[in-house]
Write a protein that binds this ligand. Structure first.
Ligand code: NI
Length: 228
C-alpha cells in the first residue's frame, strides 16, 4: 500500500525543522548504507550521533503520535528514530531496497527492528526544487511521489525505490522505518479500509448495533494478525 498522509507537521513545526536544517552540519549519506546502497546513493544526512537529529526526530515522532491516519495505516509497534537528508546539485539515490532488519538503540538499548513500512516526510515545498521525486516500483508500475512540505508517504519496505536527481534547489526530508504490529502489507491495507469504512458509517448515522459489530470484527482481525 502506497499512502499519502497529509498535514503530519504543523506550520510551526515545519518552520522550526526547516530553520534548524538550513544551518545543520551535514555528512555523506553513504555513512548509513551497505555496499549495495553506497554505489547509488549521492546525498547528505545528519550524522547518526548528531544531537540535532535526535531533537528534530522527537518532533517528528510527536507529530506522528497525534496523527490518526498514520496510526491506522502503519499500526506501528516500533519506529526507528527518524533520519534527515538533503539532496541538491544533482544528488540522487538510484534504485535500491531497504535493509529488512535494522539495528538501533531503542529505549536505551541495542535492539532489532524489522522494516515493514518505509516513510518519507517531505520538508521542502515542491516548487522550491526540481526533480527529487521518490519513485516507488511495484507490480502496478512506477509511482512518482513529490508531496507538499509537512506531508508524508508510506509504502511497503519490500518495494524497490529511488530518488530522482535534484537539479535545482535542495530537497530536505525526514525518513524512517516502522515495524508494524501487522507484518503483512495486504492485511494492513484491509484493516485500514475497514477502519475508514467504519468511521464513515459512524459519522453518517448508520445503525449503531451494526457499526458496533463491525468494530468488533476489526478488532478481532487485528487481534488475529498482530504480533506484539
Ligand atoms: Ni530506501
Amino acid at each position: 500500500m502506497l499512502l499519502h498522509v497529509p498535514d503530519v507537521l504543523s506550520a510551526d513545526e515545519l518552520a522550526h525543522l526547516q530553520r534548524a536544517l538550513a544551518e545543520a552540519a551535514w555528512a555523506d549519506g553513504r555513512e548509513t548504507v551497505g555496499v549495495q546502497g553506497a554505489q547509488v546513493k549521492r546525498n547528505e544526512q545528519l550524522p547518526d550521533a548528531s544531537p540535532l537529529k535526535a531533537e528534530l526526530g522527537r518532533i517528528v515522532l510527536g507529530a506522528l503520535d497525534r496523527h490518526p491516519l498514520f496510526f491506522a495505516a502503519a499500526l506501528p509497534l516500533r519506529i526507528l528514530p527518524p533520519r534527515f537528508n538533503r539532496y541538491q546539485g544533482g544528488g540522487e539515490y538510484g534504485f535500491h531496497v531497504d535493509g529488512a532488519v535494522m539495528i538501533t538503540p531503542l529505549d536505551g538499548k541495542r535492539s532489532h527492528l524489522r522494516s515493514d513500512v518505509s516513510c518519507t516526510l517531505f520538508l521542502t515545498a515542491p516548487d522550491d526544487y526540481d526533480g527529487g521525486e521518490l519513485v516507488i516500483s511495484d507490480t502496478y508500475g512506477e509511482h512518482e511521489v513529490k508531496l507538499p512540505a509537512g506531508d508524508l508517504v508510506l509504502y511497503p519496505s519490500s518495494s524497490l525505490h529511488r530518488v530522482n536527481p535534484v537539479t535545482r534547489g535542495s530537497r530536505l526530508a525526514s525518513f524512517f522505518w516502522v515495524q508494524s504490529m501487522v507484518r503483512d502489507d495486504g492485511a494492513r491495507r484491509t484493516l485500514l479500509e475497514m477502519d475508514s469504512a467504519i468511521e464513515t458509517l459512524r459519522t453518517t448515522g448508520a445503525d449503531s448495533a451494526a457499526v458496533l459489530q463491525l468494530t468488533g470484527v476489526y478488532h478481532n482481525l487485528l487481534r488475529r494478525w498482530s504480533e506484539i
